[in-house]
Design a protein around this ligand. Structure first.
Ligand code: SF4
Length: 318
């Protein structure tokens, strides 16, 4: 009798292959200048810390999203690759350094985010205030803030509103059923309350929120969240594919095809969002200035970056 060859089971499961629509072009030239400015001014960016798949494209166009308050976060979110643990003291010259970077990069639209600083009594709100003012005073640029939830501290949130950002963005990230594993220590209602507070205190300030798809949410759950966001007056929404930043992070449940992003984008538009960006590579800050411009001019639908040869279908703005 012929014995069959013994094939040993692989020691680890095979890596899941990315679907073809998630293949990215090779790094583009022209990133070095942005890289130099960021390093020279000792700044953090969420582009690097969160391993954003769009970094090559954005940085080669001299766009980056500044991350203030250090590079260590106090929250253990399962999707995020920003380091967690013991935070560092706020650097009082950071607002001016961010402003200088914005100036050197020639930015007309500046997106600022931060790590969550639950260790600070105001969650870093005063630092946020200082940074928005520093950037605006030095560059005259429009400023979008992408904030943490400040533990629902209404005074802290008010302080950021007082800086009069041009867009107030706070991400919902996922549906409430998945918060315990995706966004531990956060509360869904707290996010809705924050967005409502912005509208109550500054009705003319556009609000924006974003979700990652492919974490195990159902279509119905997703659309319920979108309806909740509209109910608190949220003007703009971004929807993108969750990508696992490392094997230690939450696995991808599903790669959502581009056609499905289109369908969901259309549904969001019908819910009344003034601007919707929906596509596998859409991120909160992806083409943020263009998104706001399109909203202000009322133009839609528009391909988010139509004509970019290296990145033809990253998502649509509806
Ligand atoms: S999409 Fe946002 S976070 Fe990603 S590289 Fe571009 S600016 Fe940075």
């Amino acid at each position: 009798m012929t014995s069959l060859p013994i094939i040993e089971a692989p020691s680890e499961p095979p890596k899941r292959r990315l679907p073809k629509w998630l293949k990215r072009p090779l790094p583009q030239p022209g990133m070095a200048y942005t890289d130099d400015v960021i390093s020279d001014l000792r700044l953090e960016t969420v582009c690097e810390s969160a391993k954003c798949p769009n970094r090559s494209e954005c940085w080669s166009q001299q766009t980056a999203t500044f991350m203030i308050g250090g590079n260590v976060c106090t929250r253990p979110c399962g999707f995020c690759s920003v380091p967690k643990g013991k935070t560092t003291a706020l650097e009082i010259d950071e607002p001016e350094r961010v402003a200088e970077a914005a100036e050197r990069l020639g930015l007309k639209y500046v997106v600022i985010t931060s790590v969550t600083r639950d260790d600070l009594p105001d969650g870093g709100a005063e630092h946020w205030y200082d940074t928005v003012l520093a950037v605006r005073n030095r560059t005259g640029a429009d400023v979008e803030v992408l904030t943490p939830d400040f533990m629902g501290n209404r005074a802290a949130i008010s302080r950021v509103i007082e800086a009069r950002p041009d867009v107030f963005n706070h991400n919902t990230e996922t549906v409430p059923r998945l918060y315990h594993k995706v966004r531990r220590n956060a509360e869904y209602q707290r996010t809705l309350d924050l967005l409502k507070q912005v509208k109550d205190e500054a009705p003319d300030m556009p609000t924006k929120s974003g979700l990652m798809l492919g974490l195990g949410e159902t279509r119905e759950e997703l659309m319920d969240v979108c309806a909740d966001l509209r109910a608190v007056g949220c003007d703009m929404i971004t929807l993108g594919q969750y990508l696992q930043p490392s094997p230690d992070h939450l696995p991808v449940d599903r790669y959502v095809p581009p056609e499905e992003f289109d369908e969901i984008g259309e549904l969001c538009r019908k819910l009344g969002f003034r601007m919707v960006a929906s596509g596998p590579f859409v991120r909160s800050s992806y083409h943020a200035g263009e998104m706001t411009d399109h909203m202000d001019s009322g133009t839609q639908p528009v391909m988010m970056n139509e004509g970019m040869a290296l990145n033809p279908v990253p998502g649509k703005v509806f």
